[in-house]
Ligand binder design. Structure first.
Ligand code: SAH
Length: 472
């Protein structure tokens, strides 16, 4: 195919990056941004390879019945949401099919896949948002996101994925910058001060942390910054959007409980640096999932969609089938979120995690909740579990795993099978590696019995899946 050639395509699928996929008459796959399954389009080829090509929508000949007008004005430019132009119902169906197809094609798994657990209101769901600071074409300070792969910042204050409070908070920071002539950081030259603003909200009580990321350890007029944020009048978090009960929130003396200066002087696109200094308030926010309380520091990993996280953990808990007598292992446990959730119904939970700070957080969170039947071990799951099994013959009735996208190391699967737990619960953010791993488990006598996808990231192509396996 030639560059600039126009081809007609029926879009039938969507890639992991969110590009629509159609095939030419000759059978060549063309990936087209901003097209969705069901669209019939004319596409202009922008890049052509031997077996596939990339195109741009030239004209929508007939729109997919699933097409809707995106709620966010910047949906296309931003790239954070890949399928906002698709009705939410169609998004859920797409995700369900993706899980089913991957399990079948890549894993030979024929187990029934339940409909995806979606959100009632799939907007304003993210408890953490990060906004780079820049200037628009007219030179006015803005907070938003990088357009495509460029360094130019586009206004993102009206993002419909983050909480509504983000906008007034960002405006207070920008007003402070204007007032005291504080420069924004320039990625190209490495000059300027303010790089990013990260806002994190514990939905349970509406507590908010504001982290200002700067190219320095001190800021001129930093007290004034803290002061203006503290004075900010944020409306009580509305229950329907954030899960916060309004009576509870309106009793709060203030919503912002923590203002932190994070220092990042590296020339990097990593947002946060290692150093934090509290400008005012706590160095954490608190959140609850179910009845378990968590303290979250600026650098901690924490699930970004708390309403759906609860449903995810409840699914994992119900699949674990605990009676109170079981010894449970929770591999890839992060800050112990699933472990502490399970500990309420188990005899003992052992969490394994490779990041030292996360293990420290997990231990603190256990203490905070008075949970005494959870312990946490630092190390790689593929090393800790085999060692513990070989040297101490540790046992497990149930094993839960929640690995990163690349899935499980075969050593983990082998050791789990040798330990012969009754049940294995696999929480996965990548159904392709999940399928590969389920196949290995099947060879070792563990059959998938239930598959429950959960939509943690509405308007993106990502989907989380919980699988129950049993020994046969
Ligand atoms: N279950 C947690 C975290 C899941 S994210 C939650 O729901 O919040 C996956 C976690 O696996 C991350 O915390 C990451 O640091 C950890 N991890 C990555 N590779 C690992 C390995 N080889 N061994 C143990 N943990 C690992």
């Amino acid at each position: 195919m030639e560059k600039n050639q126009i081809v007609q395509l029926q879009i039938t699928d969507i890639s992991d990056e969110g590009l629509g996929i159609g095939r030419t008459k000759e059978g060549m796959a063309v990936f087209v941004k901003d097209s969705i399954p069901g669209d019939r389009i004319a596409a202009r080829i922008v890049k052509s390879r031997k077996t596939y090509a990339f195109g741009r929508v030239e004209q929508i000949i007939s729109a997919s019945p699933a097409r809707v007008c995106p709620k966010c004005p910047a949906a296309r430019a931003c790239g954070g949401c890949q399928i906002q132009e698709m009705s939410y119902e169609a998004q859920l169906k797409l995700k369900e099919n993706k899980v089913r197809n991957n399990l079948l094609r890549l894993g030979g798994i024929t187990c029934n896949v339940d409909p995806v657990i979606g959100m009632d209101k799939p907007f304003f769901y993210r408890n953490k948002s990060e906004y780079p600071i820049g200037r628009d074409k007219k030179g006015k300070l803005i907070a938003g996101f990088y357009a495509g792969r460029t360094h130019s910042v586009i206004d993102g204050r009206d993002c419909v994925i983050g909480i509504r409070e983000n906008r007034p908070i960002l405006e207070a920071v920008l007003a402070w910058m204007e007032r005291y002539h504080i420069a924004e950081y320039d990625e190209k030259t490495g000059r300027g001060l303010i790089r990013n603003v990260m806002i994190r909200c514990g939905f349970a009580a509406g507590q908010i942390m504001v982290v200002v990321v700067a190219n320095a350890g001190r800021l001129p007029h930093e007290n004034e910054l803290a002061e203006s944020l503290r004075k900010l009048k944020l409306s009580a978090a509305s229950g329907d959007k954030t899960g916060v009960k309004s009576e509870e929130a309106s009793q709060l003396p203030r919503r912002i409980v923590s203002i932190v200066l994070n220092t990042n002087t590296d020339k990097t696109n990593v947002i946060l640096g290692r150093k934090n200094r509290v400008l005012w308030g706590n160095d954490y926010v608190e959140d609850c999932i179910g009845s378990v309380k968590y303290r979250i520091s600026p650098l901690s990993f924490y699930q970004v969609n708390p309403l759906q996280t609860k449903k995810l953990y409840e699914t994992a808990l119900s699949f674990a089938g605990l009676t109170g007598q079981e010894t449970v292992w929770d591999l890839y446990c992060g800050i112990g979120t699933i472990s502490l959730f399970l500990a309420q119904k188990a005899k003992m939970v052992c969490g394994v995690e490779v990041v030292p700070d996360a293990v420290a957080n997990a231990k603190e969170n256990a203490k905070l909740n008075g949970i005494e039947n959870a312990r946490f071990m630092l190390g790689k799951a593929e090393e800790v579990l085999p060692e513990e099994y070989k040297e101490h013959q540790v046992k497990a009735d149930v094993i839960v795993v929640d690995p990163p996208r690349k899935g499980l190391d075969p050593a983990v699967i082998g050791t789990i099978a040798s330990m012969e737990p009754e049940r294995v619960v696999y929480v996965s953010c990548n159904s392709a590696t999940l399928a590969r791993d389920l196949k290995l488990f099947a060879e070792k006598g563990y059959a998938a019995r239930k598959v429950q996808p959960v939509d943690m990231f509405p308007h993106s192509v990502h989907v989380e899946t919980v699988v129950l396996m049993e020994r046969h």
